[in-house]
Design a protein around this ligand. Structure first.
Ligand SMILES: NC(=O)c1ccc[n+]([C@@H]2O[C@H](COP(=O)([O-])OP(=O)(O)OC[C@H]3O[C@@H](n4cnc5c(N)ncnc54)[C@H](OP(=O)(O)O)[C@@H]3O)[C@@H](O)[C@H]2O)c1
Length: 325
């Protein structure tokens, strides 16, 4: 038996139940991993609340990213062996001391990246990779806006976009968060709980606006985010921390300047193994070179997962938080 955090009925943080579970032997194409650190993500909140249905139904183990050691390989697995250090995005199912997962979702962890760093960056860092390099390819001199710039995704995004030579504008919920975002490469910060962020973007860019806006807030920042985008620019809606954007008339994209809009997810971008490996290589390269640092702001014991969710949802956290099994 191993300890895990399961959800038996969806709801608030109190439904996260710390209990013992049995982990099966790995089947064909699977590996069993002893986990050393698990990432905490807003995605976990969506699953816990029932906004995303768990693929295997209830009960389910929360959590979508982790890092650890391979302890057993199933039939047909040749890429991994017992003792390999690995990290992965494979969810839900990560808030546990040990788990079984498809081998083709894991990547070998370079020696210069710790388990804790890996757990704090796989889902978030791979997401930033596709947002900046694939959904919209950010080039030197472009201007981009990222909401929640001091969050887990936000701090990685600011550093990476800065390293690419972009002019980075970030919205944040407090002055402390503004300072943190600036330290991590955000050139201009906007306190979007106090200021009209679209008006400030206009002012900062001298009316030229942004080539792309990356919006993970959803309901509260729509449609104002569209007013921050220059003609033919890109609206990337990649999350809904404040609730989902309601149905809207697509002609709005015409009136705002023939805009492009997309609602991407990492699952699609990393679905093919070769894409996952290429994205992980890029992420490990920017972290390895020091261009992107992975701030682990908070560490919680696995049994304290409910508190970790309360902190994340109350906007109390910055950077990445992890659970230690
Ligand atoms: N599509 C994908 O592939 C993908 C993958 C990973 C994550 N995501 C999305 O990326 C976003 C960031 O994820 P994360 O794990 O790094 O979280 P995070 O940014 O560390 O935390 C969420 C932040 O959103 C801001 N926020 C604004 N309104 C909020 C509200 N009503 N409730 C709670 N927070 C609010 C808060 O920052 P301020 O105080 O600064 O406002 C808060 O700290 C999430 O929306 C997540 O779903 C998408």
């Amino acid at each position: 038996m191993v300890a895990a955090v399961r959800v038996h009925k969806v709801g608030g943080p109190e439904v996260l139940t710390y209990e013992d579970i049995t982990v099966p032997a790995p089947g064909p194409g699977q590996i069993r991993v002893k986990q050393h650190a698990c990432g905490i993500n807003f995605t976990d909140v969506y699953f816990r609340k029932g906004m995303y249905p768990p693929p295997g139904g209830l009960p389910f183990i929360v959590g979508s990213e982790a890092a650890g050691d391979v302890v057993e390989v199933g039939p047909g697995v040749s890429e991994f062996k017992r003792g390999d250090r690995v990290a992965y995005v494979a969810g839900p199912g990560c808030y546990t001391e040990e788990r079984v997962l498809p081998a083709d979702r894991a990547v070998k962890l370079p020696a210069n990246i710790s388990y804790e760093q890996a757990a704090a960056m796989m889902l978030k860092g791979l997401t930033v990779e596709y947002l900046l390099r694939r959904t919209f390819r950010v080039e030197k001199g472009m201007t981009v806006l990222i909401h929640a710039a001091a969050g887990g995704i936000g701090l990685i995004f600011c550093q990476w976009a800065n390293d690419l030579g972009a002019n980075v504008i970030g919205t944040v919920g407090s002055k402390d968060k503004a300072e943190l975002a600036r330290v991590h490469g955000c050139h201009h910060t906007i306190l979007y709980r106090e200021e009209d962020f679209a008006a400030r973007v206009k002012e900062i860019t001298g009316g030229k606006l942004c080539h792309a806006v990356y919006d993970s807030i959803g309901k509260d920042t729509f449609p104002a985010s569209l007013d921050c985008i220059r003609p033919l620019g890109m609206f990337v809606s990649f999350g809904s921390a404040s609730g989902q954007i309601e149905a809207f008339n697509i002609n709005l994209l015409q009136t705002k300047g023939s805009l492009f809009a997309t609602r991407p997810t990492l699952n699609t971008y990393a679905a093919k193994r070769e894409d996952l490996l290429a994205m992980a290589d890029e992420l490990f390269a920017v972290v390895g070179s020091g261009a992107v640092k992975i701030p682990v702001s908070r560490k919680y014991a696995l049994r304290d997962a409910a508190q970790a969710h309360r902190d994340l949802e109350s906007r109390a956290t910055t950077g990445s938080s992890i659970l230690i099994p």
